[in-house]
Design a protein around this ligand. Structure first.
Ligand code: GLA
Length: 406
């Protein structure tokens, strides 16, 4: 049940409901899709992973700290140049082809659906002054959609890597997350922070990415669970995303308002030792709780990094669980399915557990003894059945590399 080679089947988008699930290696599927669709082999293939965030939730757009790592689940783009300002994109998910040209990437919002992420990357690159080559692309993916594992950032990063290489563009890896984020924020219209794009582009195998979201400085922190006899169980809560976009935006607005009331550029500038003073200066209880989450969460990231640097990976469990409580009680972004998964995992012996990602569904991480992963998974599945929830999905997560050419 927890074999990492057996990804949870993606919740299919509506257009794909009649299509059979993809089989075979994702890189082979992208290459075969390209050949079949365009009648010639691709010039290359580029992969970008999904991600989970070990800790540091809703801190990125507050200029704070995050600690994600990349997953072995990947999106792969097979691509080749084509003449003129034309982009032709096929995706296995809908088995559809979308074509667009200079008009559609002259301004945001002119392409919608999944292809908006591709058009958004072309638009953002052109906005940044790059001569983007026309291209044919074929997309295959093992990153489940709508599970909070950053399928959209994976798509953006793989397309970006392909276009940069095909066009010989001068865009170093550390500058790519901002371009991909701009595609998502301005073209697609989702007001996300910089974490997901940074994770799927800059992560390294075997490491978590300690990212300062203000300076974009990174440190690759060794994260070797197996050496400690541990495993990270990823539980797909399968909760429907209820109003997630509006709730995300409202949390972001509340944080910006709080920073303004406190007279700081961002909530990152409230140190944990000054939290009580800051809270005493705020009248609104909801705003106080939002601030408390962000400030304590930044500190939990720093504490987690300190433990990992000291080789104490087995001791981070309580920080994960405290992060979950803070998201549940102060930031109010959890839902019954994820709370149930966390509680059941802890009751079955997990050292720590928390929701990962933006909230209102998505996945839960549980730090477990490697030889107890199945037991914990079974306990979560049993509790889900008891409560009448849709059956959860399971993966084992090992830190994988960020976007790269295959
Ligand atoms: C989503 C966003 C990220 C980040 C997380 C919450 O994944 O895309 O930028 O804000 O939520 O930590």
């Amino acid at each position: 049940m927890t074999d990492p080679a057996l990804p949870v089947p993606a919740a299919p988008p509506p257009a794909a409901s009649a299509a059979p699930p993809p089989v075979g290696d994702v890189a082979d599927r992208a290459a075969a899709g390209f050949r079949h669709r365009y009648g010639a082999p691709a010039a290359g293939r580029w992969a970008a992973p999904g991600r989970v965030n070990l800790i540091g939730e809703h801190t990125d757009y507050n200029d704070g700290f995050v600690l994600p790592f990349a997953l072995p689940l990947r999106t792969v783009v097979a691509a080749a140049p084509q003449d003129g300002d034309r982009w032709t994109v096929w995706s296995e998910l809908s088995d559809a082809v979308v074509e667009f040209g200079a008009d559609e990437v002259a301004a945001p919002g002119r392409v919608d659906g999944w292809a908006a992420y591709v058009a958004g990357v072309v638009w953002a690159l052109r906005e940044a002054g790059h001569a983007v080559p026309g291209a044919r692309l074929a997309i295959a993916s093992d990153v489940p959609l709508g599970s909070g594992l950053s399928s959209s950032a994976a798509l953006e990063a793989a397309v970006l890597a392909a276009l940069v290489d095909l066009g010989g563009l001068d865009l170093p890896a550390e500058a790519r997350p901002r371009v991909a984020q701009r595609a998502e924020n301005a073209y697609v219209g989702a007001p996300t922070g910089i974490m997901d794009q940074s994770a799927v582009i800059r992560c390294r195998a075997g490491h978590a990415l300690f990212l300062d979201c203000r300076t974009e400085a990174v440190e690759h922190i060794p994260f070797d669970l197996a050496a400690a006899g541990l495993a990270m169980l990823v539980i797909d809560s399968r909760a429907p995303h209820r109003h997630a976009d509006g709730e995300y935006a409202s949390r972001r607005t509340a944080c910006e308002k709080a920073a303004g009331l406190l007279g700081v550029p961002a909530l990152r500038d409230v140190a944990a030792v000054d939290l009580d003073d800051a809270l005493a200066r705020l009248d609104d209880d909801e705003i106080r709780r939002r601030v408390r989450h962000v400030v304590t969460e930044d500190q939990r990231v720093l504490d987690t990094v300190a433990l990992l640097r000291a080789g104490r990976v087995g001791d981070i469990g309580p920080l994960l669980t405290a992060s979950h409580a803070s998201m549940r009680d102060d930031f109010e972004i959890t839902v019954p399915e994820v709370d149930t998964a966390v509680e059941a995992a802890l009751a079955a012996g997990a050292y720590g557990a928390r929701m990962t990602g933006g909230g209102f569904g998505g996945c839960v991480l549980a730090l477990v003894d490697a030889d107890r992963a199945d037991t914990v998974a079974d306990a979560v599945a049993a509790e889900y059945a008891e409560r009448g929830f849709r059956a959860p999905g399971f993966h084992l997560a090992t830190p994988a590399p960020g976007a790269h050419r295959l």
